[in-house]
Design a protein around this ligand. Structure first.
Ligand code: GDP
Ligand code: ZN
Length: 454
């Protein structure tokens, strides 16, 4: 089936919709070169990896419509591994659509979303984790996200999985040999040695699985709720962190009735700040709704800032919130330190405390640093090659359950044939991670999340 797909030449506009300085149409497949030649009036013939000046002519009047630069990347030295042509015309949707229409008339078909990258994968140029990284890179909103995606695109995750897989394959080979030569009285690997080897693999995979905690953060970001009594300066802190006047700051307690949210980048990690309306009881209906929402925001948040007022003794409800946050990622912020007030004791809590002044900006950098250290070091290791999506995490989790089952099989002294089934299932999961054995429907699902032209 892959054969038939590759027989077709695909075309798409690869630049975003709308008008731009330039717009690019991409053609990939066995007839890309021939179709490009039919579409363009070239002064000199297309040659591998060389930009060529080209004119685009109106098919009806044959008068010149636009000038373009066309580049041919010859098979297999192209993104898709096939003959690939990129035509960079002026970014008028009319011209770009004309090029696509002409390409269709000459036998190309419209590319599905992500099909260029899918072809790169099918031709073996990149593996599945790298293909996913292309999408992540395109979608990245911060430089840190882009760097993580670039590492994965470069094969960091695949490189990390390779040695683990190697160990597994060796174990499988030894066990298979034991079965094949059982009659010849070959020494079987002792159970203890099998378990040791399985453990080695498990340790690596568990570490990899844990990297998803950070990968998910890098990929999807975090939400941080700012909570505290009315008037302690939540909205002012929110504004400081957002560095714009977005939340409403007032001197009347309880005015932030609805939740105000804003996305910021914290050291490259997308952070959704939620300014809440304070958590005290209220008789005002609108305010009560705000309080309810605040409670939900607090429950859902990945990070919590509990804002208290410097110099004011900790109140009962504040102490309760702090207590309820035990084990969660949270910070106490003593705001209004500019008022030069005494340190207020924050009780038994082991939660970190940062002093700030939303008014003067004092301590805001410390607050950012404290937040960043909470966010950045979930496993206490800086890793290269981390899991960044649920699909990858599931594959590793299932690979691990195969290993658990294998160890149980050893413990039960079942024949090695049974144990091998579990190890093969782990191997299949690792293969599916990089896409070596992934069913077509799953591939389709993955690539359909790309945009057209990628
Ligand atoms: P919220 O109700 O917790 O959101 O508090 P606001 O941000 O609306 O601030 C309440 C009042 O405290 C406003 O008058 C702010 O100007 C003031 N305020 C906020 N932060 C500070 C601070 O760090 N120092 C001083 N002196 N006043 C502050
Ligand atoms: Zn407020």
């Amino acid at each position: 089936e892959q054969e038939s797909i590759a027989h077709e030449t695909i075309v798409a506009i690869s630049t975003p919709p709308g008008r731009g300085g330039i717009g690019i149409v991409r053609l990939s497949g066995p007839h890309a070169l021939e179709i490009a030649n039919a579409l363009l009036t070239l002064r000199s013939p297309l040659a591998h990896a060389l930009a060529r000046f080209a004119e685009i002519h109106d098919p009806e009047s044959n008068s010149k419509l636009d000038e373009a630069i066309a580049t041919w990347f010859a098979k297999p030295k192209s993104y898709t591994g096939e003959d690939l042509i990129e035509i960079a015309a002026h970014g008028s949707p009319v011209i770009l659509e004309l090029l696509v229409r002409l390409a269709l008339q000459h036998g190309a078909r419209l590319a599905r979303p992500g099909e260029f990258t899918e072809r790169a994968f099918l031709s073996g140029r990149i593996d599945l984790t790298q293909a996913e990284a292309v999408r992540d890179l395109i979608e990245s909103q911060t430089l840190y996200q882009a760097r993580t995606a670039a590492e994965q695109m470069d094969g960091a995750l695949s490189r990390r999985i390779r040695p683990v897989k190697q160990t597994l394959v060796e174990l499988i080979a030894v066990l298979e040999a034991g079965i094949d030569f059982a009659e010849d009285d070959v020494d079987l690997m002792p159970d203890a040695e099998i378990v040791t080897r399985i453990d080695t693999i498990s340790v690596d995979l568990e570490k990899l699985a844990r990297s998803f905690e950070h990968g998910r953060i890098v990929h999807s970001g975090l939400t941080m709720a700012i909570v505290g009594r009315p008037n302690v300066g939540k909205s002012s802190l929110f504004n400081r962190l957002v560095e714009r006047e977005r939340a409403i700051v007032t001197a009347t307690p309880g005015t932030t009735r609805d939740l105000v949210t804003e996305r910021v980048s914290l050291g490259g990690i997308p952070l959704e700040l939620v300014d809440t309306a304070g958590l005290r009881e209220s008789t005002d209906e609108a305010e009560s709704i705000g309080i309810q929402k605040s409670r939900e925001a607090l429950a859902d948040a990945d990070l919590v800032l509990v804002v208290i007022e410097a110099g004011v003794p900790l109140r009962e409800d504040e102490a309760q919130i702090i207590q309820s946050l035990a084990g969660r990622k949270a910070l106490i912020v003593r705001n209004k330190i500019d008022l030069d007030l005494e340190d207020n004791a924050v009780g038994e809590s082991t939660m970190a405390v940062v002093g700030t002044s939303a008014r003067t900006g004092q301590g805001i950098d410390d607050l950012r640093a404290a937040l960043l250290s909470m966010v950045r070091a979930p496993t206490g290791e800086s890793e290269s090659g981390i899991l960044t999506n649920l699909r990858q995490h599931q594959a590793v989790t299932e690979a691990l359950s195969g290993l658990v089952a294998a160890e149980e099989a050893v413990a039960r002294k079942t024949p090695h044939e049974m144990l091998l089934l579990d190890l093969y299932s782990t191997l299949r999961q690792l293969d599916s991670l990089t896409g070596e054995t992934t069913a077509d429907d799953i591939l389709n699902r993955i690539f359909s999340t790309f945009c057209i032209g990628k």
